[in-house]
Structure formats: structure tokens, C-alpha cells
Design a protein around this ligand. Structure first.
Ligand SMILES: *Cc1c(COP(=O)(O)O)cnc(C)c1O
Length: 458
């Protein structure tokens, strides 16, 4: 049989790829049975391959895409930027896209946040925020602060610094001996709470562990680093905003920074522009990336208070400056994409529309709750997740070696949806431009995926 031109293209691309590319977060041997899919083009929520198949990007390409692939407006703004300047060093020089972006991000943040430091990816932003906090305490004369607190099941990135304060064994355990010790405090997430306890009460109760750790160790602690409201890579586990409010109070009392890792949840994912807003707090440092460019380019920033900035502002010879840099810090094209993304937030009531979409998604999914192997259905804003369990009553998980999520993944691909479960958690985190019909399609496919993933293994 003569293969179509497209099919031939696709096979040849897969062969070339597997001969030369080592993919992120992948056991490459899996591609002996899991298809690798070259994508030819993207438009809106849809991705198109070379076999004339299309897929809804139900996970926003690892949570970066906000306004669809190949967004006309962002495309136009990037093209315009290309006509004048692509990139320059950001030390000693500046450019309008970076200046505008810094001003706009500062305007979106709490009153006391007035400075923006540019980096170029999420993990490096976390590393830089850790260095900044540590260095701050040195500059202001607090000796002995050299440790950090993070939550169990947290994820802050893959570089050695950010991995040190993460707590997912799958990504961390192998490297433990290379990493810096971190104090890990039990997460307040609601999954294991008793059913007669509210999320709020549960988060309050769990805060006791954090409070004890800060009280006992604050002289050694630079900062608590935390993902506001949703531990995304940590299986989309969610907790109540009261936890952040209590954390702010105790951090203030004991001279400990609160670093908000908004890399995944920022830019509207949790229903508010930023997750910390729901606790009405001002973090000391805010890390942003992922959605910041609408899913177009690598860019990250950390936003911080004048009081932190001022502690570095000194005569050069005192050597108090923050001498941290990345070659592509504040890249002009990435800043143009980020400014275009903020334009899109300003032009329409994105968060209001998302609220209605989130309600619609939850309504569509609510029937899944009664499935005998769905242990939990949870939603925060535009993040909806369901957790497959072996035993609904005890919430006992499936053996991870059964890899049930992979079955859901394959089923999704066969039915035009990219689901990429985290272990046994199937989640839906679409670009904001998704419409009702597309949500309906994803809902139907998830319904089927639950069946396929929970089928008895014979
Ligand atoms: C993705 C992520 C990071 C790391 O960002 P990268 O750009 O992938 O290095 C850090 N923190 C959180 C919460 C994330 O989701």
C-alpha cells in the first residue's frame, strides 16, 4: 500500500527524532509502545499532526498556553517586535518591551511589590529567588539563615536549587545526595482530609505543622517557598487560601520570607489573576513564568518589595549587589509576547469568562464523582482534576507500576484529546479560548478514559 505523503512524513520525522532527540521527562524506551507524535501546526486549542489527525490540547502544553496556539494577536505583536529588536543584554542596557512589562506586572501586584527581576525559565526563577532571599538576610545582618521550608508533595522545578526544595520522589529521590537539605512540612491539601471537615478547617489544622517548624527554626530559615492553592505537578492537589493567610502572619512575626511560586498558577489559572490574591496577602517574592508569554517563549520574572531591593543597593565595593544573570534575561521577543498576553487580559473579561467556563466544566464532570474508582473530583478555577483510586472508601491508590494513567493517555490520543495524567490523576487545564463544544468533547473522552484506565488488569 502506498502511504500518503503525510504518513510518510510522519514516520520519517519520528525516526529522525528518536535517532537524535532525548526528550524531557521521558523514559525513552516507552516510545517502543507509546507513539511519539510530530505536530505540524497548532490553531486555538487544536494541534494537528502529519496523519491528518487533530488533538485538543487539554493540558495547555504543560500549562503554558493561555489564549490558544498561533494566536493572531500575539503573532502580530511578535512580528512587529522582530522588525526592531530581537535581543540584547539586560545589564547596562534596556528596551521598551521589558520596561513596559515590568511596569505592568508591578501594577498587577500588591502595592508593596515594586521591582521586577528578569530571568528566562521557571526553575531558574526559583533558584534566583532562593539566592535573593538568602543574600538579603546576609546583607541586613541576620547570620545563620541558610535553609528553606517547603511543603510535602511540592514541585518547584528541576535545577539543583529548585529540586532541593521540591518533594516529589519520582523527580528527586535519585539525586538526593546532590541536593541541599530542606525542611519539609506536611501539605495542607484536602485529599486526605476527613469528609466531615471543611477544606478551610483542614488547612487551618495542617498549618500547626508549619507554625511549629517556623517557631523552632526561624533563625535558620530564609524563606518558605510555596505554590499558592494548587500543587500542580504534585498531582493537582488543592488547599484552602486560609493557609497562605496564616503563613503570612507567622512569616512576618519571625522574619521569614514568603516566596510565592506562581509559575503554574499565575495568570488566571486559579480563578484570580494570581493565586495569592485569594488570601489577600503580599508575598515577599513572586515567581512568574509559564503563562507569562501566553505559551510562546521561555521567560520568567521575580517580583519583589522595595525593602528587599534596597538591601542590595549600596556602594559597589561593599559587594552587596545581586550578581545573578542569565544570557537571555528579559529577551525582547519574549517580553513582546508577554505584553501581548497582558493586552488580551485587558481587552476582555478573561477571568469572568473563565468563571463561567469552569462552572460548566465542573457540571460536566460531576457525574464522574459516583464512579467506583474516582476517589476525588476537585477544581480551583480553570484547573479540574480527578483522582483514580483502587478503593474509593479508603482512597487506596492503584499500584504505580500498573501505570493506569498511560492507558488514559493513549485513549485520549485515539479520541483527539491530549490528556497527560499525572500518575493516577486525570486533569483538565485547557487554554482559556476553549469553547463549550470542545469542553463537551473533552468531558466525553475523559469519561471513556476513566473506564479504560480503571478496567481490571487480567
Ligand atoms: C513548571 C514549574 C516550575 C519550573 O518551571 P520551568 O520553566 O519548567 O523550569 C516551577 N514551579 C512550578 C510550580 C511549576 O509548575
Amino acid at each position: 500500500m502506498k502511504l500518503s505523503m503525510n504518513k510518510k512524513d510522519s514516520i520519517s520525522l519520528v525516526n529522525r527524532d528518536l535517532a537524535s532527540i532525548w526528550h524531557p521527562c521521558t523514559q525513552m524506551k516507552d516510545h517502543e509502545h507509546i507513539p511519539l507524535i510530530p505536530i505540524k501546526k497548532g490553531k486555538g486549542v487544536w494541534l494537528y499532526d502529519y496523519d491528518n489527525r487533530k488533538y485538543i490540547d487539554a493540558i495547555s502544553s504543560w500549562w503554558v498556553n493561555l489564549f490558544g496556539h498561533s494566536n493572531e494577536y500575539i503573532n502580530k505583536k511578535i512580528s512587529q517586535q522582530l522588525e526592531s529588536l530581537e535581543h540584547i543584554l539586560l545589564a547596562g542596557f534596556s528596551h521598551e518591551p521589558a520596561i513596559s512589562l515590568a511596569e505592568r506586572l508591578i501594577k498587577l501586584s500588591p502595592k508593596k511589590i515594586n521591582k521586577c527581576f528578569f530571568i528566562d525559565n521557571g526553575s531558574s526563577a526559583i533558584d534566583a529567588s532562593m539566592k535573593m532571599s538568602y543574600h538579603y538576610w546576609k546583607n541586613v545582618g541576620f547570620k545563620g539563615k541558610n535553609n528553606f521550608i517547603a511543603l510535602s508533595n511540592s514541585y518547584h522545578g528541576e535545577t539543583l536549587g529548585s529540586l532541593s526544595i521540591s518533594n516529589i520522589d519520582l523527580y528527586k529521590k535519585t539525586y538526593n545526595k546532590m541536593l541541599k537539605n530542606t525542611i519539609i512540612v506536611p501539605s495542607p491539601d484536602s485529599f486526605n482530609k476527613k469528609s466531615d471537615v471543611s477544606d478551610k478547617e483542614h488547612s487551618k489544622k495542617m498549618f500547626a505543622f508549619m507554625q511549629k517548624e517556623i517557631e523552632r527554626n526561624h533563625k535558620k530559615i530564609c524563606a518558605v517557598v510555596i505554590e499558592p492553592l494548587v500543587q500542580c505537578a504534585g498531582y493537582m492537589r488543592m488547599y484552602h487560601p486560609i493557609y497562605l493567610k496564616l503563613l503570612r502572619e507567622v512569616c512576618d512575626r519571625y522574619n521569614v520570607h514568603l516566596i510565592a511560586d506562581e509559575i503554574a498558577v499565575g495568570f488566571g489559572r486559579t480563578g484570580s489573576m494570581f493565586g495569592y490574591e485569594q488570601a489577600k496577602i503580599t508575598p515577599d517574592i513572586i515567581c512568574l513564568s509559564k503563562g507569562i508569554t501566553g505559551g510562546y517563549m521561555a521567560l520568567s520574572t521575580i517580583l519583589t518589595k522595595d525593602s528587599i531591593y534596597d538591601a542590595f543597593y549600596d556602594e559597589y565595593t561593599k559587594l552587596n549587589a545581586f550578581l545573578h544573570s542569565h544570557s537571555y534575561s528579559g529577551n525582547a521577543i519574549a517580553c513582546a509576547a508577554a505584553n501581548a498576553t497582558l493586552d488580551l487580559f485587558e481587552r476582555t473579561d478573561v477571568l469572568g469568562k473563565n468563571r463561567r467556563k469552569a462552572d460548566y466544566i465542573y457540571k460536566n464532570f460531576s457525574s464522574f464523582k459516583s464512579h467506583p474508582n474516582v476517589g476525588d473530583l476537585r477544581q480551583t478555577g480553570m484547573i479540574t482534576a480527578l483522582e483514580l483510586v483502587k478503593d474509593k472508601k479508603t482512597k487506596k491508590p492503584y499500584d504505580w507500576k500498573e501505570r493506569r494513567g498511560i492507558r488514559a493517555y493513549k485513549y485520549g490520543l485515539e479520541n483527539n484529546v491530549i490528556l497527560r495524567p499525572l500518575g493516577n490523576v486525570i486533569y483538565f487545564m485547557p487554554p482559556y479560548v476553549i469553547n463549550k463544544k470542545e469542553i463537551d468533547h473533552v468531558s466525553n473522552v475523559i469519561e471513556g478514559a476513566i473506564e479504560v484506565a480503571t478496567k481490571q488488569i487480567t
